[in-house]
Design a protein around this ligand. Structure first.
Ligand code: CS2
Ligand code: MG
Length: 415
């Protein structure tokens, strides 16, 4: 069964997505997600101009060989653009292989290791009352694990906090929500002001309030979004220990793997990292030295199912679990792949689940199902994704940028 053609679909139902469609000479179609928020066209071009010409005529079943061919053959390895492009090809080929086998993809990945994949949703609020409303909405929706992001007194806008209080949780027209869509359609990136000391003073009191209001059972997560120095991160981790977090995410900028040695030394708060990592090499020391508890790489940004499964096998040796990145800038194709792999992995931990907008759902037609606090893929062969290409074509690409962060004195800081 040979690859006959490959097409790059760029669409923007509420936000931009890059999807690869591979069609075999038997007419079997597979989809893969290559969306890189704020740099989408770089991946679309990498695919269209460099990868697609290599695919037609290749054996569609030779997933590992194609992975190695695209990774080693490019000479220039790793990096977010390359690995998102490889991820799109890899996922589409796994979709095809499962469709040909007549099985849902998770069956090819070893079968189900659990009933469903526990997910966490995003609750946020400028202040405590707004945050409590958002937590209640998630609990009513059936979420059993919730990420808590909050405004910081004295700061206008902070990562992960909705700008409109009335926003709904499931499947609403979320495009105007800041936390839903940090990438804003504009000529230039929005600029935000950050103050770490104000943040470190405020966050522990928020978790104290949430535990006081909602009790001990609910799993709570928080994303520090790459903004702290190692010792500031150690301080935050320690100050949050009384509130028994499921995890504290991206406490320090990811490039400096040594930083987590400091954090680990000071606190027992579980650590998650890796949404900006895109290969197993980014985890080499972190996993071997057990400096993290959760691997955050999504299939879309780390070279596909073939690559993320390898990272998770390495992590399993050290009892480190998966916590795949699942914001709205990972498309329903990428999320479906994550849920299939998550259902099969033994060392599955949790899956991030930001519910995509209604328009996005209409374009991608995902069949995974949310119930009992978790996601389960459908039993149909393949990924269970149905792209409506005609509808997709009605949403042309619109350039959008993630914000840029500056300290009060104007210094550029990690967003
Ligand atoms: C975040 C993301 O969900 C998360 O954990 O870190 O929302 C991240 O900000 C976006 O994916 C950036 O595109
Ligand atoms: Mg994050």
């Amino acid at each position: 069964m040979l690859i006959e053609r490959a097409d790059v679909i760029v669409t923007s139902p509420g936000r931009n997505f890059v999807t690869l469609k591979i069609t075999t000479d038997d007419g079997v179609v597979g989809y893969g997600d290559g969306t890189l928020n704020g740099r989408e066209l770089a991946v679309a071009s990498y695919l269209t101009d460099h990868v697609v010409p290599l695919l037609s005529g290749r054996d569609a079943h030779a997933i590992e060989d194609t992975w190695q061919y695209l990774y080693r053959g490019a000479y220039w390895r790793r990096g977010p653009v390359t690995m998102a492009a490889i991820a799109a090809v890899d996922t589409a080929l796994w979709d095809i292989k499962a469709k040909v086998a007549g099985l849902p993809l998770y069956q090819l990945l070893g079968g189900a290791s659990r009933e469903r994949c526990l997910v966490y949703g995003h609750a946020s609020g400028k202040d405590i009352p707004e945050l409590f409303d958002s937590v209640r909405k998630h609990l009513d929706e059936g979420f059993r694990a919730i990420r808590i992001q909050t405004g910081v007194p004295g700061l206008d806008s902070v990562y992960g906090v909705a700008s409109s209080a009335a926003a709904s949780v499931g499947g609403g027209d979320s495009d105007d929500r800041y936390d839903y869509e940090p990438a804003r359609r504009a000529a230039l990136p929005a600029e935000e002001t950050w103050d770490t000391r104000a943040y470190l003073r405020h966050v522990p009191s928020v978790f104290e309030a949430v535990r006081g209001e909602f009790g001990e059972d609910i799993a709570l997560l928080h994303d520090a979004h790459h903004r702290l120095t190692p010792i500031q991160a150690a301080k935050l981790g320690t100050s949050l220990e009384p509130y028994d977090l499921f995890w504290l995410e991206d406490v320090t900028p990811a490039e400096n793997q040594e930083a987590l040695r400091w954090v680990r030394h000071h606190t027992t708060t579980p650590l998650a990292i890796g949404e900006v990592f895109n290969s197993i090499w980014d985890y080499q020391h972190l996993i071997r030295e057990q400096l993290i508890d959760y691997v955050r790489s999504p299939i879309t940004h780390a070279g596909g199912i073939t690559s993320v499964r390898r990272i998770m096998d390495y992590a399993a040796m050290y009892q480190i679990k998966s916590g795949m990145h699942g914001p709205t800038d990972v498309s329903p194709v990428g999320l479906a792949a994550a849920v299939h792999l998550g259902l099969a992995l033994h060392n599955f931990g949790i899956q991030e689940y930001m519910v995509h907008s209604r328009e996005t759902h209409d374009v991608f037609g995902p069949t995974y199902e949310f119930a009992h606090g978790g996601l389960r893929p459908s039993e149909e062969p393949g990924l269970g994704i149905h792209v409506d290409e005609e509808l997709a074509a009605r949403y042309p690409y619109e350039r959008a940028y993630l914000p840029v962060n500056r300290l009060r004195d104007g210094t550029v800081h990690d967003w």
